[in-house]
Design a protein around this ligand. Sequence first.
Ligand code: SAM
Length: 248
Amino acid sequence: MTSHDKPSRYGHLECNSPIAAWRFDRQVEECAAASPQTIVDIGCGWGELLQRVTAKVPGAKAYGIDSDLELLERGRAGAVAKGIADRLEFVEYQGDDWTEPADLVICIGAVHAFGTGTDALRELYKIVKPGGRLLIGDGVWNRVPNEAELAGMWPGTTTGDFLLLPEFVDVAVETGFRPLRVESVEQSEWDDFESQFLADKEVWLLANPSHEKADEIREQTDAHRDWWLRGHRGLLGFAYLTLGRPVA
Ligand SMILES: C[S@@+](CC[C@H](N)C(=O)[O-])C[C@H]1O[C@@H](n2cnc3c(N)ncnc32)[C@H](O)[C@@H]1O
């Protein structure tokens, strides 16, 4: 909720990654259709997808792992509202320390908990039970940017931060997974995500233009919009891979 004191945090986002409602709904359906009895979401944020999948699979036991206490609280409130708080636990944890295997592992926009996307695929393979699934989401280059293009993106971005989509899938296959679905978002899904991300601050700035923190927040907001519109827009995509681990 936006207050006079500060902008809301993720108040305009249903989940914290670029995805259209129709794609999100389909992912929920497909994850639930495999009837996973154990589910873990690493870097879950408030775990909207995790909540919806858990609600659709009677008896499933689920864990949402994140290092951000405020987001975990939002997740717990969502689980209570859906009547699944007895089956869905939100746990404060560093994602790369989680070792309990599950039938369904989810890791969306949080591969940095492991290093790179390649590191994440290799580590996550170990916690997907044989016969189980991984839904992983991460940025992918539409085209590898040159130095001038990189300079317009958020500070410190390197070409090594992301793979091209075929390379991301290759690493998954080399790790031992088989790809059940490969999808990457449309530009409109990225634009919606960035707009809704910035909306917390923009709405607050409209209501509090002379607040003592307004200059600082305006500067942060303008910088972020530049990294998006003059930086990664069109160059960085976002892919979701639904991967199966063969039975033992
Ligand atoms: C872009 S958000 C994605 C959240 C969620 N998966 C979603 O799609 O809505 C990345 C999340 O990873 C979490 N995170 C980052 N590093 C982590 C770590 N080492 N261990 C656990 N969570 C981490 C952040 O707190 C944040 O909630």
